[in-house]
Design a protein around this ligand. Structure first.
Ligand code: FAD
Length: 455
């Protein structure tokens, strides 16, 4: 095998091409930085494509859209391709994962960005104030030298290798929310589903949340259900073909996504549960009598693992009280949704009146004591419960957009990343929305005073 070692020089490296990495890379590139976006897979999308989770939840508060320009553009492009629908009841955007891969890489490459696929992060070092990041791949090693580094790996891998202080799971014992294997079934009959009194979105798409508890109890009684959960969290039909349905209904407790032996066990148990789930749907759920297991997610779905200890931390109380700090760079209104790390239940805190919107401070994205490094997506600084809320993909993409916008501003002004303020970032993100002709969010981003009028 030829051993290849090379160095790529960029302004910014984004590690992890999930929803947050895509948002970060595109915002930084469009803002004038030269960006490399690296991922261990051969495509973008993270959990949204790699785990088959094409259901992006909850970014509307009192009819206001809380997402940033990059998420809205993503929805528009997918919609124009006929590969998206929206369900107002669940506040979910549903996409075809295959087209998400293409949309993301196309928009990023069209903006002048460069992707680096099939690389595994190996080392993160400092050289004369720059980052020197090493990736291992089939041909050997590749180094990337850059001024600014954004960690959107979900697990905080780059921050951990850079020596940032990290935390894992919940405070009491480090345990995390369970992993889940996402399952896609073919051969579904929407008419039979509808005939059984179950609704269809736009007359053709089956969508259901937290359902089928009675059927699960029956199946458990009959010895046909061993999965540690009492309900199916989410069921949704695919935009390109309503006879294909994706299900978030498995649960693997007590294993860490940062431990390769445990992740291996989770993948294997996930596939076992996927077969059980497919049998359950065929036996108990209307419209599925002729369904079959089409595919499991290419990788197990990871809800929670490592997070940074940041200059600020998003706490459960901030979420419950709807706090909007002065330096907020993203808003979220998704409830605290924590799948029990040990049991079969789920903590789902829907505040009376439809929940509350809260702000996420820029400092939650900045690890303590390390310059020119930001985290975005599910590895930002937060408590276990707060992470159970902001982890939804529209919010992750907007957090990524905030980090990428900060890099663009720091690069333009030749300053350290932490010198950019939350207000600067928000103003710039607001401009991006105005340029898109989306005036709806302006009052949200103008000032934190007007953010507070939301409540
Ligand atoms: C079962 C399940 C159900 C969920 N349901 C929903 C839902 O219905 N709606 C919703 O909006 N959200 C849902 N979520 C949450 C959501 O999917 C995640 O919180 C979100 O995808 C996090 O985005 P991210 O960009 O931070 O990380 P990820 O999406 O995990 O992306 C991380 C990326 O980094 C790459 N990467 C990781 N490590 C390395 C490395 N060392 N080197 C190179 N690349 C690396 C990965 O390949 C991946 O592409 C669910 C999650 C799970 C697991």
């Amino acid at each position: 095998m030829q051993n290849m070692s090379s160095t790529i020089v960029k302004d910014c490296l984004v590690i992890g091409g999930g929803s947050s990495g895509y948002g970060a890379a595109l915002a930084a590139q469009r803002g004038g930085a030269d960006v490399l976006l690296a991922d261990r897979h051969g495509y973008l999308g993270g959990m949204g494509t790699a785990a088959g989770l094409s259901c992006y939840l909850n970014h509307h508060y009192k009819k206001l859209n809380l997402s940033g320009a990059i998420y809205r553009e993503f929805v528009q492009v997918q919609n124009a391709r006929g590969m998206h629908y929206y369900d107002p009841a669940s506040q979910g955007d549903f996409f075809e994962p295959e087209t998400c891969k293409r949309t993301m890489e196309q928009l990023f490459i069209d903006a002048g960005g460069q992707c680096l696929f099939h690389v595994l992060l190996t080392a993160v070092d400092r050289v004369d104030g720059d980052w020197l990041v090493t990736f291992f791949h089939k041909g050997g090693m590749t180094n990337v030298r850059c001024r600014y580094l954004i960690d959107t790996s979900g697990d905080g891998d780059a921050c951990a290798l850079a020596g940032a202080k990290m935390t894992h799971g919940r405070r009491s014992d480090g345990k995390t929310q369970p992993m889940s294997m996402v399952v896609q079934l073919g051969g579904f009959d929407p008419v039979a589903w509808n005939d059984a009194g179950l609704p269809l979105v736009q007359g053709k798409y089956a969508v259901a949340g937290d359902q089928f508890t009675d059927q699960i109890a029956q199946a458990r009684e009959a010895g046909q259900w061993s999965i540690p959960r009492n309900e199916i969290a989410m069921t949704w039909a695919m935009p390109g073909d309503p006879t294909r349905v994706t299900i978030n209904g498995t649960r693997i407790n007590g294993l860490s996504a940062c431990n390769v032996l445990e992740t291996t066990l989770a993948e294997i148990e996930g596939r076992r549960q996927a077969s059980e789930l497919a049998d359950f749907f065929a036996r108990y759920v209307p419209g599925f009598s002729k369904s079959y297991l089409l595919q499991t997610g290419p990788q197990i779905g990871v809800r929670e693992s490592r997070r940074i200890i940041g200059r600020d931390m998003l706490r459960d109380e901030d979420v419950r009280l709807g706090s909007v700090p002065e330096s907020s760079v993203a808003l979220c209104c998704y409830p605290i949704d924590v799948h029990n790390p040990e049991g079969s239940d789920t903590q789902f805190e829907l505040v009376e009146g439809g929940g509350s919107a809260y702000g996420i401070a820029w400092e939650c994205l900045l690890p303590v004591n390390i310059e020119n490094l930001a985290a975005a997506g599910r590895c930002i600084s937060a408590t276990h419960e707060a992470a159970g809320s902001f982890r939804v993909m529209p919010t992750c993409m907007t957090l990524g957009e905030a980090a990428g916008t900060a890099v663009a501003l720091a690069h333009r002004d030749k300053v350290e990343l932490a010198e950019v303020t939350g207000q600067d970032i928000r103003l710039q993100m607001d401009r991006a929305l105005l340029e898109m002709g989306e005036p709806e969010l302006t009052p949200l981003y103008e000032s934190s005073a007007s953010l507070n009028t939301l409540r």
